[in-house]
Design a protein around this ligand. Structure first.
Ligand code: GLY
Ligand code: MN
Ligand code: MN
Length: 442
């Protein structure tokens, strides 16, 4: 049977990452399963998504697979995966099987996944330490402990079980924080698809439409250009819905005079993009909407401007907060000096989230934000979002003309050697650019 997957080359990057991890830990065994399949209801499954850590080190997208690395002077890289199965492949599609997977994905050994419980105690025997991640899946935790106990049971035969267990995530997190050339190429393509989707959404929006129609336009554009899925549930929030931070119902009508906030990004070959744009349903900002928009845009522009190597993680956030605090005072939403508004946290009534997060295989990507309790410094190759906002719910002291305005502007920013590169610039952001795109609707 022809299998298109079989013809796609697997870049050497995955094997290189495994070698780097083996070098980092120096000795011991790494055990890393991919994600389990998840039932949605009865016998229908959710679309399968592999585990990001597993995929980062293998490029292998099938379920029921486990990576094992035996570190040491001569590291061994081992994959457990499903065997070929003519019957199952007729129903569910192509499987690589152990033989093909070994050559194509660059493993020293492969075994059938059905042999995992038999082989693992042998691989763990006389190894000083085990790197795995416990606490996410109790079924997996029990299996790992079962293998350890199987090795411990051989103590009188002189076999030693690993005496030290480490969490596997931290060493991989550090690697995932700095994107390599292969990752950045995918992230640029993901960003390009998502910026196209936001432009399409702007062109398709008009009073009388609905949030879900615009969601459909985003999903159309993602899939049309080869992205496998949205990286997270899109937020398509008209009017007051934009003041609900995680609004995902996306079922309300779009009304003249209101803004539409869209937070949507595709996932391409495992990598997320994450973009928010806010624009008027009618195509033209009303004066109050424009004032708040310009404030958020100024905060974002200032925050992006400080992104460069050596600057600590908190600086873009603190920069955005200062601009927003000044703007909130100017709009009459906060009282007193800017310093006081920041010190008391009064601004949090209107800006209650942080200004960004790491971005990569996961939309809220792996990696610590602090080291030794200090905000860490940005380094070339890191990718973060910069996403200030302002959400004005009706309340005491809120003037009518500002009520229910919710605005966020979010871009994906790569830290370069001497500054930054905004990967998502192609999505219109200035008032003039947004209004120009929307004028081109007719
Ligand atoms: N779309 C998720 C976020 O902006 O963090
Ligand atoms: Mn984000
Ligand atoms: Mn977002």
């Amino acid at each position: 049977m022809p299998n298109p997957d079989d013809t796609i080359d697997v870049p050497a990057d995955y094997a290189q990452r495994r070698s780097r991890l083996a070098q980092t830990i120096q000795q011991g065994v790494v055990v890393l399963p991919t994600a389990p399949e998840q039932i949605r209801n009865r016998d229908a499954h959710y679309a399968y998504r592999y585990d990001s850590y597993f995929y980062y080190l293998t490029g292998f997208a099938e379920p029921e697979a486990v990576l094992v690395i035996i570190a040491g002077a001569t590291p061994r890289h081992i994959l457990f995966c499903r065997e070929r199965d003519a019957e199952r492949e007729t129903w569910e599609g192509f499987r690589h099987g152990t033989e093909l997977a070994r050559g194509k994905f660059g493993f020293d050994e492969t075994h059938a996944i059905s042999e995992l419980d038999e082989v693992m105690p042998k691989l763990l025997a006389d190894q000083p330490q085990l790197y795995c991640h416990l606490g996410s899946d109790s079924h997996w935790d029990t299996r790992v402990l079962g293998w350890l106990n199987a090795v411990r049971a051989q103590a009188r035969a002189g076999v030693a079980a690993p005496a030290i267990m480490h969490d596997l995530h931290p060493p991989i997190d550090e690697m995932r924080l700095i994107k390599d050339t292969h990752e950045l190429a995918i992230m640029r393509r993901a960003a390009r698809i998502s910026t196209g989707a936001h432009k399409r959404a702007m062109r398709m929006t008009s009073p009388g439409g609905t949030e879900y129609e615009i969601e459909a336009e985003l999903l159309h554009e993602f899939r049309r250009y080869g992205a496998q899925a949205p990286a997270y549930t899109p937020i398509v929030a008209g009017g007051a819905n934009a003041c609900v931070l995680h609004y995902v119902q996306n079922n309300a009508p779009l009304r003249d005079g209101e803004l539409l906030l869209i937070d949507a990004g595709c996932e391409l070959d495992g990598y997320a993009s994450d973009i928010t744009r806010t624009f008027p349903v009618s195509g033209a900002f009303a004066p109050a909407q424009r004032d708040v928009y310009q404030m958020v845009l100024a905060a974002q522009t200032a925050a992006i401007a400080v992104v460069r190597p050596g600057v600590t993680w908190n600086v873009p956030h603190d920069t955005a907060v200062r601009v927003l605090a000044q703007g909130l005072v100017d709009l009459g939403l906060c009282q007193g000096s800017v310093d006081k508004v920041i010190e008391t946290g009064d601004y949090k009534q209107f800006y209650m989230h942080r200004t960004g997060h790491w971005l990569g295989l996961d939309v809220h990507d792996a990696g610590d934000y602090k080291r030794a309790n200090q905000w860490r410094a940005l380094e070339p190759g890191m990718v973060l979002t910069v996403e200030p906002g302002c959400y004005i719910r009706p309340g005491a002291g809120v003037p009518r003309h500002l009520e229910n305005i919710g605005i966020r502007i979010e871009d994906d920013v790569l830290v370069t050697m001497d500054g930054n590169e905004v990967l998502t610039l192609a999505a219109p952001r200035s008032v003039a650019d947004i209004e120009a795109v929307m004028r081109s609707r007719e």
